[in-house]
Design a protein around this ligand. Structure first.
Ligand SMILES: NC(=O)c1ccc[n+]([C@@H]2O[C@H](COP(=O)([O-])OP(=O)(O)OC[C@H]3O[C@@H](n4cnc5c(N)ncnc54)[C@H](O)[C@@H]3O)[C@@H](O)[C@H]2O)c1
Length: 294
C-alpha cells in the first residue's frame, strides 16, 4: 500500500487557515504585561511579538536590522503597543541599554524571550571570530539579558523567560560546530537559570524548533533553487508531520510557556519540531521491511 505524506501544500484551506491565521486571538492572557523580545523584526521573533500583542501585552523588541523602525510604525497602525530598539545583542552595553529603555518606557519587565541568534555555522575550519560571534550573540547575550532584567522581574513579583534554542542543541549536523555548540550551551544555561531564578518566582524554559519557514530557511531554499513548494516535501521528510513549521507555530508554544498555563513548568526544553527528534532513521520511510513505509 502506498503511503501518502501530508505536506503543507496538501493541507485543506481550513487546516492552512488554522496555522496561518495571525488574527485569531484566544484570550487576554498578557493584558498590560511587558515582554522584551530580542531579534523581533522577523521570523519567529516577529511572530512572538505579534501574538503577545494580540493577547493584550506590550513588547520591546530589539533587532540589528533597522527595518524594525518601520515595523514598529506598522505595529502602531495595527494597534500593537511595541517599541523598537536597534542594536547588536553581542554588545553587553546594548543589552544593558535595552533593559533600561524597556523599563523607562513601559515601566516594568514581566517576560523575556531571548531569540536573536547568529547563524554562523562553521565546522572543522571554524575560526576564533566565528566562535566568538556565535557565543556572544547566543548564550552570552541570553545570559546577560537575564542578569540585567532580573532586578525588574523580581520587582514585578516574578515572571518567565523563554530561550529560543533548536533541535541543533540535541544532534550532530554537518559543518555546524559553532551553531550546534552554542545552542547546546543555551539548553544547559536554561536549566541553570531556572534553578537560580526559581526563588524569585521566575520560570525559565527553552523552545527547541525543528525546521521553520523564516528568512534563514528561505535563503537556503533559494540557494538550492526554489521556494517552500519545492522544499517543504524534501526537508519536511525529516519531520513526522512531513512539512516545515511556520513561525506562528513556534510563537504559540512560546506564549504558553510564558503564561500561567505553564505555572509548574521550569528548566525544560519544549520541542516544537513536528516530531523531528522523536523520529529514528526508519521513520524516513525508506524501503525496508521494518520501516513501515508500505
Ligand atoms: N528557522 C528555523 O528553522 C529555526 C530552527 C531552529 C531554531 N531557530 C532559532 O529561532 C530563532 C529565530 O530565528 P529565525 O529563523 O526566526 O531567523 P530570522 O533571521 O528570521 O530572525 C532572526 C532575527 O534576529 C535578528 N538578529 C540576528 N542577529 C542579531 C543580533 N546580533 N542582534 C540583534 N538582532 C539580531 C535578525 O536581524 C532577525 O530579524 C534563532 O534563535 C534561531 O536559531 C530557527
Amino acid at each position: 500500500m502506498q503511503r501518502h505524506f501530508i505536506t503543507y501544500k496538501s493541507l485543506t484551506m481550513n487546516e492552512k487557515n488554522k496555522i496561518d491565521n495571525h488574527n485569531q486571538t484566544s484570550s487576554n492572557r498578557f493584558k498590560d504585561k511587558v515582554a522584551v523580545v530580542t531579534g523581533g523584526a522577523s521570523g519567529i521573533g516577529r511572530a512572538i511579538v505579534e501574538e503577545f500583542c494580540k493577547e493584550g501585552g506590550k513588547v520591546v523588541f530589539t533587532d540589528i536590522n533597522s527595518i524594525g523602525q518601520t515595523i514598529q510604525e506598522n505595529d502602531a497602525e495595527l494597534g500593537y503597543n511595541t517599541m523598537f530598539i536597534q542594536g547588536d545583542m553581542a554588545k553587553k552595553s546594548f543589552c544593558v541599554d535595552c533593559v533600561k529603555k524597556a523599563v523607562s518606557s513601559f515601566g516594568a519587565i514581566n517576560y523575556l524571550v531571548n531569540n536573536a541568534f547568529s547563524f554562523v555555522a562553521a565546522g572543522l575550519d571554524a575560526d576564533d571570530e566565528q566562535w566568538m560571534r556565535s557565543f556572544k550573540v547566543g548564550p552570552l547575550a541570553y545570559a546577560t539579558m537575564v542578569q540585567e532584567a532580573l532586578p525588574y522581574m523580581k520587582k514585578a513579583g516574578g515572571g518567565a523567560v523563554v530561550n529560543i534554542s533548536s533541535i541543533s542543541a540535541h544532534i550532530a549536523q554537518k559543518d555546524r560546530w559553532t551553531y550546534n555548540a552554542s545552542k547546546g550551551a543555551v539548553n544547559q544555561l536554561t536549566k541553570c537559570q531556572a534553578l537560580d531564578l526559581a526563588p524569585y518566582n521566575i520560570r525559565v524554559n527553552s523552545v527547541d524548533p525543528g525546521w521553520i519557514w523564516t528568512n534563514e530557511t528561505k535563503k537556503a531554499a533559494e540557494l538550492d533553487g526554489g521556494g517552500p513548494e519545492k522544499w517543504d516535501p524534501i526537508w519536511g521528510r525529516f519531520h513526522m508531520l512531513r512539512r516545515l513549521g511556520r513561525a506562528v507555530e513556534v510563537a504559540r508554544p512560546t506564549l504558553f510557556l510564558l503564561s500561567d498555563d505553564a505555572s509548574f513548568i521550569t528548566g525544560t526544553n519544549l520541542l516544537v519540531d513536528g516530531g523531528y527528534l522523536a523520529m529514528g532513521p526508519e521513520g524516513l520511510g525508506e524501503k525496508t521491511i521494518n520501516a513501515g513505509s508500505e
